[in-house]
Design a protein around this ligand. Sequence first.
Ligand code: SF4
Length: 472
Amino acid sequence: MNNLYLKSFIRCKRKAWLDYKGNKSDKIWSPHQSIEIVNQYKNFYKLSQGDLYAGIKACQKGSNGVIGLKVKSKLINNINAEIYPQLLKKVRGQSKWGEYKYIPVVYKLGYRTTKEHLFDLAFCAILLEPFQGSKIEKGFVISNHSNNINIEKIDLSKRLRKKVLNTFLSLNVNLKGSIPEITEDRKKCTICSWQKFCDAEAKNNGFLTDIDGVGSKTALILKNNGISNIKELATSKKMELGEKLLQFKEQKFEKASKFINQSKAYLSGIPIRIYAKDGLSNFFSKKDSGFLIFDIESNPDEKHDFLYGFLKVNHLFEKIEDSFYDPILNLKKNSKKSYHEIFQKLFYKENWPVLHYGETEKISILNLARQLNLDSQAIEILKSKFIDLHLITREAWILPIKNYSLKTVANWMGFKWKQKNVSGSKALYWWIQYKTTSNSLFLEKIIKYNRDDCLATLHIAKWLINKNENIT
Ligand code: SF4
């Protein structure tokens, strides 16, 4: 039993069990985890002012930072416990090694400090205290935003330690039992390395949370009302179901109809056309002009959009040449030169719309325009140019898929990315690798990926137009 299983257990009981007993070949590589490891090391190095070494020898010689240490002990009920602290930071005090001691430090990606961080610190402190012969009152949660290390001091109180030990006992029971159920809160699964394995089981069992828009709370309400799987949801009556979905207030019947249709499409594999709002007709009316397809790659932690990809398309169904794609790299944040080029592209032809998938691109460009003090008329023109295909797809169609991300939708429509198992997180991982190594191979991979994202958006545009023409 170690702190890594404990962390997994807090996230999802099943994950801890799978980490301990699961078949490792069912696991997939998680870019999120890799990004965390790379960033973690960089920040630990910085926090230790370069005096960062591994193992017990580093503790003995009093290095500022210690990684790669393993401490074993017996805890309550004589259970074997181990810790692999992310980082130990030297502070003033008295330990068996001299006039200093160590406190545990964990790194967090993003802004939220969670129970996982607190429990990891407290669990490490419990085992580390007898090991170094010194009390530990505090631990640090560190993060890095805009190149500054933020340190949050955490009080490792008796209460927190007690909770950790109780969780440790539950973990011990969990690992001895059979595989736990898939978590109700499927949002947790998006960054989990067991996702593929659990997705297959959820699909076989008709899990309600596989239906777009049905989260853990809605699934519970449905279960309490006798609807326990997708088949039962698909055969529900709109009015009866609507009456059960009180949390959606005046939208309850609209939601009921959506859930029923989404379930029907999911089971049959056949998309369902729904009421087409203005978005699709607006897009349809512009289909004969040329247009730009636009996609951004960014590092959200540093609020840095590092690549702006443009695909120039003169006609929707023309053959796409390599030269139509133009990536603008923004390697240094706030580079005026890249911004100038970006706006030149966006205004390239007055009547050309800019197609994108999801709201990020529009928000980012409008923010940039305001930051650069573009006049209000130019901003209005920009606003009217953007056409969000994600919105249009969702308004016009119910597709037989689990979610409406660019990857899922374009894949379902038959588009294939040239590089295997790619995602926005993987592109971010490549970016971090590029920043660390300056190896341009990583930039090439990002550009290739972004180009495919633009082509995938084009694929969706063609699908929407084709279907609309077949129907009207
Ligand atoms: S994919 Fe989801 S249910 Fe499966 S182990 Fe991971 S978090 Fe738990």
